[in-house]
Design a binder for this molecule. Structure first.
Ligand SMILES: O=C(O)c1ccccc1N[C@@H]1O[C@H](COP(=O)(O)O)[C@@H](O)[C@H]1O
Length: 200
């Protein structure tokens, strides 16, 4: 089970995610309580070991701008979050960035990972980063294919059941490993990664 921990903001958060065994660590680069300036994200990303994917998260900005933010942050992947069309991913294809297409069932009917040239598909609630859960039974009518991550309101207590229900390739979490909004709880990061791995 691939596990991404998102919205980290401090060196301690990075260390906790690395020690917990996360496969990917995300830095939010656009409007959010978790937003980091690219220079701050770059410093944190530089401390992440090579085997862990660093991901810049962007929403609500033109794709080209998101690409430049990710490059400035020195991350290896860009998670473009929202109802971006295929053309947006085409625009990014020439950049030295791996691409994550993050969207919701309300925003797309294309549920095959790689359909827009992305490496990973991420299915989230329509309100990204809110900690809101969504109805996983909707996946009974719309089964995602390939390397896709489940996100949206996951936490250490519900991730095992969510994996059983949705059968994702991986999971992604932000709010569910925080003590208060925007502040990561390192014990919850450890508990989340362990619970996801145990469920797989
Ligand atoms: O975390 C944010 O603030 C954020 C802002 C803009 C786009 C995406 C954001 N986060 C992503 O939201 C999901 C799930 O978050 P949660 O666990 O429900 O809080 C995850 O993919 C984050 O990468």
């Amino acid at each position: 089970m691939y596990v991404k921990v998102c919205g980290v903001r401090t060196p301690g958060d990075v260390a906790a995610a690395v020690e917990a065994g996360a496969d990917a660590i995300g830095f939010v680069l656009t409007e959010s309580v978790r937003r980091l300036e690219p220079a701050a994200a770059r410093e944190l990303a530089a401390a992440v070991p090579e085997h862990i994917l660093t991901v810049g998260v962007a929403a609500g900005v033109p794709a080209a701008e998101a690409g430049q933010l990710a490059l400035a942050a020195g991350v290896r992947a860009l998670q473009l979050h929202g109802p971006y069309p295929r053309e947006a991913f085409d625009e990014l294809a020439g950049l030295p960035l791996r691409l994550v297409r993050a969207t919701s069932l309300d925003e797309t009917a294309e549920l095959t990972a790689g359909a827009y040239g992305e490496e990973l598909l991420l299915l989230d609630s329509p309100v990204a980063g809110s900690g809101a859960q969504w109805d996983l039974a909707r996946l009974n009518q719309a089964a995602p294919q390939g390397h896709w991550l489940l996100a949206g309101g996951l936490n250490p207590d519900n991730v095992a059941a969510a994996i059983t229900a949705a059968r994702p390739w991986g999971v992604d979490v932000s709010s569910g490993v925080e003590s208060t909004r925007g502040v990561k709880d390192h014990a919850r990061i450890r508990a989340f990664v362990a619970a996801a791995r145990a469920a797989a």
